[in-house]
Design a protein around this ligand. Structure first.
Ligand code: ATP
Length: 353
């Protein structure tokens, strides 16, 4: 049984189809990320699941309970869902303990006190029981917001870009802590993010959205190594792109011919190669081509290198490669580049929208 299940959910704002026939099921205890460009409908899905937006079409179920369909629409407080938004939304006039107690009115005073302490213990904030939100750092406020969301012991938590207000170092730490707390409590989570790295880091599965629809829903490694289309390949990593035409099961690229057995003769194709899919080779044969080094940037864990390829198949083609940080090609030198076929994808060329 799914902790959250959306079936054929659509939502319009006037003539705009913000969410267009979305199907999504999240397992108990699973962490799912909704990832996509600005305006693709991520927050609207979260608001529909929370009951903050009335459902127009489809069905939403949590466990065995239908929370919204054409006959019913349970209000947010009846859905047993924890919410954490980008701005933490703590009550400024209540201290940490009162902020968390707010969602525990169904418990006795004694139970409430015990639950507040237990939850603050989990997020490492027990010492701040009587602090007011404005006296806490962003990371501390985020932890309190998480504690408030999980204190009523919901089966599902909805997070909307909860880490975007934190600086990079703190963000990584708070991400790990959040993940640990949610997993320890076996809480299913749907988190909105527009950051592919964050989605890869946190998601058991990631739903990639574009224009109100889910384009692919899969674990991060699958999205990375087996994207369903060019949009996913672009969104979930960095790619070089070449154009080509399918000719008798092959497409000519600046790196030589690639096999495309599933595409019809004459089909226009986009060839996408991840930056990590261009590697230094030994000699020019197969997909090995000569290239000159234009620019090299050391980025800590990798080296981003710009190359120029000029051969009979490509006239001044510029490509980017992500090499390991110990490989620092000298600008102006010639190298041999090869394709890693596992990180090379061929799709029918996208038709203009
Ligand atoms: P972002 O990453 O920028 O937050 P998003 O993917 O979360 O974007 P939504 O906030 O769900 O996108 O919005 C989807 C579309 O619906 C956008 O085009 C947005 O302008 C529109 N929209 C959202 N809320 C409303 C509203 N209350 N009234 C009218 N249009 C809205």
């Amino acid at each position: 049984m799914s902790a959250l299940c959306l079936e054929n959910v659509s939502h319009n704002f006037g003539t705009l189809a913000a969410v267009n026939n979305v199907n999504l099921a999240i397992d108990a205890g699973e962490f799912v990320c909704l990832l996509g460009p600005s305006g693709c409908g991520k927050t609207t899905i979260l608001r529909l699941a929370a009951g903050l937006e009335p459902l127009q079409a489809g069905k939403i179920t949590m466990g065995k309970t239908v929370v919204a369909n054409d006959k019913a629409d349970l209000p947010p407080e009846k859905r047993s869902v924890g919410l954490v938004f980008q701005d933490y939304a703590l009550f400024p006039h209540l201290d940490v303990s009162k902020n968390i107690e707010f969602g525990l009115k169904h418990l006795s005073a004694q139970e409430r006190k015990a639950r507040v302490l237990e939850t603050l213990e989990q997020v490492g904030m027990v010492d701040y029981l009587h602090s007011y939100p404005h006296t806490l750092s962003g990371g501390q406020q985020q932890r309190v917001a998480l504690a408030r969301a999980i204190a009523p012991r919901p089966k599902l938590v909805l997070l909307d870009e909860p880490f975007s207000g934190l600086d990079v170092r703190l963000r990584n730490q708070v991400r790990e802590e959040t993940l640990r707390v949610l997993k320890e409590n076996n809480i299913a989570t749907l988190m909105v993010t527009h950051d592919p790295e964050e989605a890869m880091f946190m998601g058991d599965r990631v739903a990639i959205m574009n224009k109100g629809q889910i384009v692919q829903f899969a674990p991060p490694n699958e999205l990375y190594s087996d994207p369903e289309n060019a949009f996913v390949a672009h969104f979930f990593g960095e790619v070089n792109e070449f154009k080509g035409i399918c000719n008798d099961g092959h497409v000519a690229t600046p790196f030589g011919a690639l096999e495309v057995p599933n595409l019809r003769h004459g089909t226009a194709v986009d060839v996408l190669v991840r930056h990590e899919g261009i590697v230094l080779g030994e000699k020019v044969n197969g997909t090995g081509v000569e290239a000159s080094v234009l620019k090299s940037r050391m980025l800590g864990k990798s080296n981003l290198v710009d190359f120029k390829i000029s051969n009979e198949l490509a006239d001044d083609l510029y490509v980017k490669a992500r090499l390991d940080s110990h490989t620092i090609p000298v600008v102006g030198n010639a190298c041999v580049l090869e394709l890693d076929k596992r990180l090379t994808f061929v799709f029918s060329a996208k038709t203009p929208d």
